[in-house]
Design a protein around this ligand. Structure first.
Ligand code: GLU
Length: 281
């Protein structure tokens, strides 16, 4: 009898408290991450093998510019760092990972282009990079035309591999891996003559202790790579929030801090902050 004495007023207070927790804002990290949406966690796709951009460290933590952008954006969406679950999204998997709902957002050196826009929506851009070549220090390769007949490594599902086939070096012997770290290892061993992708990525590898002094970037701006944050096609509410977060990240100085923290050590000279909604063709 005593138990049934819940008044309408106290029930309402209880309901309010429950819904406030479910909204995610400052709820505790009590989810195993198994929830697909809502339950206090957000899943974000990043790269795991790109130093300076998206890297899973040996201790299980994550570092890089994309990680910092993702963490800032998540905070604006109401998620603390301990509510983020980073998931590896390799270049060829990104569209499917969003379509399947494996992740809510992707911040993984993900260039905005018309082909991809058929399948996903992009917030941003938040960085402008350019395709370049990485070669051994003593290599004679200095132009894209030097690549014809040479062994060139890139990644399946990347704009970098597509551009080689379509434009720069259709006669190169293109080897495609699932990640850039495999290409860099192949360059070091001599299995390939050059690696091609965004200068931002190549600079990060070249600056790693284990490769210091071994490689050089050609310094060619072969393309414009406008990095966007991938969102499920049609999820306009999330898209708008992410765009607002990116604008704030630039205006409050956090974008520049992330640039300095992550690109400074590699000496990567990045382009100024892009304007949200403006793609450099
Ligand atoms: N930014 C390019 C792309 O989206 C190359 C880097 C990558 O594969 O992530 O394809």
């Amino acid at each position: 009898m005593k138990l049934r004495k819940v008044t309408a007023a106290s029930a309402a207070v209880l309901a309010l408290a429950l819904s406030a927790t479910a909204c995610g804002g400052d709820s505790k990290d009590d989810s195993s991450g198994s929830g697909s949406s809502g339950g206090g966690k957000i899943k974000i796709g990043i790269k795991y093998d790109q130093p300076g951009l998206g890297l899973k460290e040996p201790d299980g933590s994550f570092s890089g510019f994309d990680v910092d952008v993702a963490t800032y954006v998540a905070k604006q969406l109401g998620y603390e760092p301990n509510q983020i679950e980073f998931v590896e999204t390799k270049s060829a998997d990104r569209e499917n990972a969003l379509a399947r709902g494996d992740v809510k957002l992707i911040a993984a050196t993900y260039s905005i282009n018309d082909e991809r826009k058929k399948k996903v929506d992009f917030a941003g851009p938040y960085l402008l990079a350019h395709q370049d070549l990485l070669v051994k220090k003593d290599s004679k390769i200095s132009e894209a035309t030097d690549l014809n007949g040479e062994k060139l490594c890139s990644v399946t599902g990347s704009t970098s591999a597509q551009n080689v086939k379509d434009d720069f070096a259709p006669k190169a012997q293109l080897k495609q891996n699932s990640g850039y770290s495999e290409c860099i290892a192949a360059l070091q061993s001599g299995a390939v003559d050059a690696v091609t992708t965004d200068d931002s990525i190549l600079a990060g590898f070249a600056a790693q202790d284990k490769y210091k002094g071994q490689f050089k970037l050609a310094g060619l701006k072969l393309s414009n790579e406008n990095y966007g944050i991938g969102v499920k096609k049609g999820d306009t509410a999330t898209l708008n929030k992410v765009n607002a977060a990116l604008e704030k990240m630039v205006s409050d100085g956090s974008w520049q801090k992330a640039v300095d923290d992550n690109f400074g050590p590699a000496g990567y000279k990045n382009e100024p902050a892009p304007k949200v909604g403006v793609i450099v063709k």
